[in-house]
Design a protein around this ligand. Structure first.
Ligand code: ATP
Ligand code: MG
Length: 670
C-alpha cells in the first residue's frame, strides 16, 4: 500500500499518517435514487445550521408544547436545545405511531437464546409501557427519580426504559454482565430509588442468574451509607429460584397485571434528563454521562433515518448492541422506535447454539439493515466465511459498524461476505458522550472507503487539529474535535460538572475534545486512529495503534490484532502486538518454532505495508484479547502486561481470565 518511509516531523507531535487506502465504493445509482438522504441535506445544514436542526426537531419529534428557541449556548459547555418545548420520549417512541393507525405494525421481533420468540406490535408496546409506567408510579417513582435497569436483552428491557421515560424518571441502564460491585457503585452514584432486574437470562445455552448480584449490590456494608433503593422489580425469565426480600422485592408481571393500560405521559421540558449512562471504561474509570430529552431524541431519530436509510414500512432493522451500551439506547430503543421501525432483538450470544445463529436470524426475519461492531465482524472472520455462506443474506441492503475503527480488511470482508458485494457500509463514529452518530458516510451519497468514517453528518462540525488547535491540512494527523454544539451532546457528567469541563473542554479552548486520534486523507476524509491515550511514540514518531493493527489484519492469517507501545530504553517506546489467527491458520502457531516464523512473517508484512518504523518488536499469538463487555479492546491492560506492571482497573472486562493467559504467554520465551 505504501512505499514511502514516514518522515520525522519534529515540532509537530501530531499523529503520523502511514497507511494508505485507495479503494472506493460509490453507491449504486439505484440506491442513490431511493435514499432518504440526498446531497442537498449537506447544503441545507450549511445554509443555516440551527434552523436545520430546528426543522429536524419539528419533523421527526412530536412536541406537546412547541419550542421557540433552538439553542441556548450561554451556559457553555452545557447546552440547552429546544429548551422551552415540552414532550415525552415514550409518547414519541410508541403512542404517536398507534394514533397514526400503525398499532398493528411489529415493533419488536424478540428472539430468546433458547429459541422462544415473541412478536410485539406498537399497540402491544403502548399497553405494556403504560402498565409499567403506572406500576412505577404506584411504587412512588416520580419525575426526576433515578431508576437503575439491570436486565438481559428482553422485551421488558425496552419496556422498562420507555416506562421510565414516560414518567420522567431518568434511567441508568447497567449492563447485565456487570458484577455486583459495578452495579453497586452505579446505584450509589445515581442515588437510585428503584432497580429493575430479572431472575436471570439465557447465555451460552444456560440460565445465568442476575438477581443475586442485585441482592449483593444492595446489602448493607460496614462504613458505607445505606442504599437509596426502596424497591426491586423482578422480571421472571428463567424461573430459577431467587432470594426474596419481603417489602422490597416485587415481581414485574404481578405489578403490571394489576396496573391500568392507560397512562397519560408526563410532559417534560426538553432539557429534562432522559438517562444517565456510564462509558465503556476502555481508557479509564467509567463516567456517568447525562443526556436530556428533546435534543437527544432529535438527533437519534435524524441519524437513524438518514444513516441507515430506514424505510419503516418495508425494512427489518437489527442492531446487535445490548441496551447496556449507548448504541442500545440510541439505535435499539429511541432512534428506531421514534422512526416507527420494525426490529429484531436477540437475547443471546452469536455462537449459541451454533456459530451461524446471527445469519440464521437475518434469514429468518429478512433483516435488511444490520448494525454491529468490528469485534463481531472479526470474530466471524476468525470462524470462517463458510458459516455465513450457509444462509440466505440477500435481504441485507445496508450494513453499519460502530465501536472501534474497522480495519479495512474487516470492512472488505463485511462487504463481500455479509453484504453480497453490494450493500453500502456505514462506519459510524460517535461516543456515549455524543449521544448519536456524528461522523459517517450517507449510504446513498458518499463513495465509501474501507476503514474510514469519512464525513461529519449534515449539521455536525468536526475537525482534526494539531496541538495548537489548528486544523491539520489534508494528509495530516492530529486530534478529533467537535467545533459546534450538537443536539444530542451530553449535558455533563452526573454530579460532576468540573470533571465534565476538565475531560472534554480543557484541552482546546472552545472545542470539544473527543479523546480520539484522527487523520485527514488527501480528499479531506476523516480516519479514526484510536485513542489518544494509546498513541505510541517510537523514536520520535507518533504512531497510531489502529494503523498498525489494520496492517496486521490485512495479512491473510490474522483475524484480530491489538497493538500497544511498551517503554523501551533505546526507542522510547516499542511496538508490541498481540494477534489472533484466523481459524484455518490457528495451527501455525502451535509450537515455538512456527510461532517464531509467524512473528517474522508478520513483522515483515507491517514493514512492507507501513514502513520499518512501525515494525513490532514483539508479536504474540494469543487465543483471546482483553475486551470490554461491549467488545472494545482494552489496550491499557495489554500495555500494563507488556511493561510488566500490575494490571489496572479491569472491572469492565468481559473475561478476566484472558489477562492471566496473556501474561503467561508473554513471560514464556518466544
Ligand atoms: P471510556 O471513555 O470510559 O474509556 P469508551 O470511550 O470505550 O470508554 P464509548 O463511549 O462506548 O466508551 O466509546 C466511544 C469510543 O469508541 C470513541 O471515542 C472511539 O474511540 C470509539 N469508536 C466508536 N465508534 C467508532 C468508529 N466508527 N470508528 C472509530 N472509533 C470508534
Ligand atoms: Mg470514551
Amino acid at each position: 500500500m505504501t512505499d514511502t518511509q514516514p518522515t520525522h516531523t519534529s515540532g509537530s507531535p501530531s499523529l503520523e499518517n502511514l497507511l494508505h487506502e485507495t479503494r472506493s465504493f460509490p453507491p449504486s445509482a439505484e440506491f442513490a435514487a431511493q435514499a432518504n438522504a440526498q446531497p442537498a441535506l449537506y447544503d441545507d445544514a450549511k445554509a443555516d445550521r440551527l434552523e436545520f436542526w430546528a426543522e429536524q426537531a419539528r419533523d421527526l419529534v412530536s412536541w406537546h408544547t412547541p419550542f421557540t428557541e433552538t439553542l441556548d449556548w450561554s451556559g457553555a459547555p452545557v447546552a440547552r436545545w429546544f429548551a422551552d418545548g415540552r414532550l415525552n420520549a415514550a409518547y414519541n417512541a410508541v403512542d404517536r405511531h398507534v394514533e397514526a393507525g400503525l398499532g398493528d405494525r411489529v415493533a419488536l421481533h424478540f428472539e430468546g437464546e433458547p429459541g422462544d420468540t415473541r412478536t410485539v406490535t406498537y399497540a402491544d408496546l403502548q399497553r405494556e409501557v403504560s402498565r409499567a409506567a403506572n406500576a412505577l408510579a404506584a411504587l412512588g417513582v416520580t419525575a426526576g427519580d433515578r431508576v437503575v435497569i439491570y436486565l438481559p436483552m428482553l422485551v421488558e428491557s425496552v419496556v422498562a426504559m420507555l416506562a421510565c421515560a414516560r414518567i420522567g424518571a431518568p434511567h441508568s441502564v447497567v449492563f447485565g454482565g456487570f458484577s455486583a460491585d459495578a452495579l453497586r457503585s452505579r446505584i450509589a452514584d445515581a442515588q437510585a430509588s428503584l432497580v429493575i432486574t430479572a431472575d436471570g437470562g439465557y447465555r451460552r445455552g444456560a440460565a445465568s442468574a442476575l438477581k443475586p448480584a442485585v441482592d449483593e449490590a444492595l446489602a448493607p456494608r460496614e462504613g458505607e451509607p445505606e442504599t437509596t433503593v426502596r424497591h426491586v422489580l423482578v422480571v421472571q425469565r428463567t424461573d430459577q429460584e431467587v432470594a426474596w426480600t419481603e417489602g422490597r422485592d416485587l415481581w414485574w408481571h404481578e405489578a403490571l397485571e394489576s396496573a391500568d393500560t392507560f397512562h397519560e405521559p408526563v410532559w417534560v421540558e426538553a432539557e429534562h434528563p432522559l438517562f444517565i449512562l456510564y462509558t465503556s471504561g476502555t481508557t479509564g474509570k467509567p463516567k456517568g454521562i447525562l443526556h436530556t430529552t428533546g435534543g437527544y431524541l432529535t438527533q437519534a431519530a435524524y441519524t437513524h433515518k438518514n444513516v441507515f436509510d430506514l424505510k419503516p414500512e418495508t425494512d427489518v432493522y437489527w442492531c446487535t448492541a445490548d441496551i447496556g451500551w449507548v448504541t442500545g439506547h440510541s439505535y435499539v430503543v429511541y432512534g428506531p422506535l421514534l422512526n416507527g421501525a420494525t426490529q429484531v432483538i436477540y437475547e443471546g450470544t452469536p455462537d449459541t447454539p451454533h456459530r451461524g445463529r446471527w445469519w440464521e436470524l437475518v434469514q429468518k426475519y429478512n433483516v435488511s439493515i444490520l448494525y454491529t461492531a468490528p469485534t463481531a465482524i472479526r470474530t466471524c472472520m476468525k470462524w470462517g466465511e463458510d458459516i455465513p455462506a450457509r444462509f440466505d443474506l440477500s435481504s441485507l441492503r445496508v450494513l453499519g459498524s460502530v465501536g472501534e475503527p474497522i480495519n479495512p480488511e474487516a470492512w472488505m470482508w463485511y462487504r463481500r461476505v455479509i453484504g453480497g458485494d453490494e450493500a453500502p457500509i456505514v462506519d459510524t463514529w460517535w461516543q456515549t458522550e455524543t449521544g448519536a452518530i456524528m461522523i459517517s458516510p450517507l449510504p446513498g451519497v458518499t463513495a465509501t472507503k474501507p476503514g474510514s468514517a469519512q464525513v461529519p453528518l449534515p449539521g455536525i462540525v468536526a475537525e482534526v487539529v494539531d496541538d495548537e488547535a489548528h486544523a491539520v491540512p489534508n494528509g495530516g494527523g492530529g486530534y478529533l474535535v467537535l467545533s459546534e454544539p450538537w443536539p444530542s451532546m451530553l449535558r455533563g457528567i452526573w454530579g460532576d460538572l468540573e470533571r465534565y469541563r476538565d475531560t472534554y473542554w480543557a484541552r482546546f479552548e472552545g472545542l470539544y475534545f473527543a479523546g480520539d486520534g484522527a487523520k485527514k486523507d488527501e480528499d479531506g476524509d476523516i480516519w479514526l486512529l484510536g485513542r489518544v491515550d494509546d498513541v505510541m511514540n517510537v523514536s520520535g514518531h507518533r504512531l497510531s495503534t489502529t494503523e498498525i493493527e489494520s496492517a496486521l489484519v490485512s495479512h491473510d492469517i490474522v483475524a484480530e490484532a491489538a497493538v500497544v507501545g511498551a517503554s523501551d530504553e533505546t526507542t522510547g517506546q516499542a511496538v508490541v502486538a498481540f494477534v489472533i489467527l484466523r481459524g484455518e491458520h490457528a495451527h501455525r502457531a502451535s509450537d515455538a518454532e512456527s510461532a517464531a516464523q509467524v512473528q517474522e512473517e508478520l513483522r515483515a508484512h507491517v514493514a512492507k505495508e507501513i514502513g520499518p518504523i512501525a515494525k513490532p518488536r514483539k508479536i504474540l499469538v494469543v487465543a483471546e484479547l482483553p475486551k470490554t463487555r461491549s467488545g472494545k479492546i482494552m489496550r491499557r491492560l495489554l500495555r500494563d502486561v507488556a511493561e510488566n506492571r500490575a494490571v489496572g482497573d479491569a472491572t469492565t472486562l468481559a473475561d478476566s481470565s484472558v489477562m492471566e493467559l496473556i501474561a503467561a504467554g508473554l513471560a514464556a520465551p518466544s
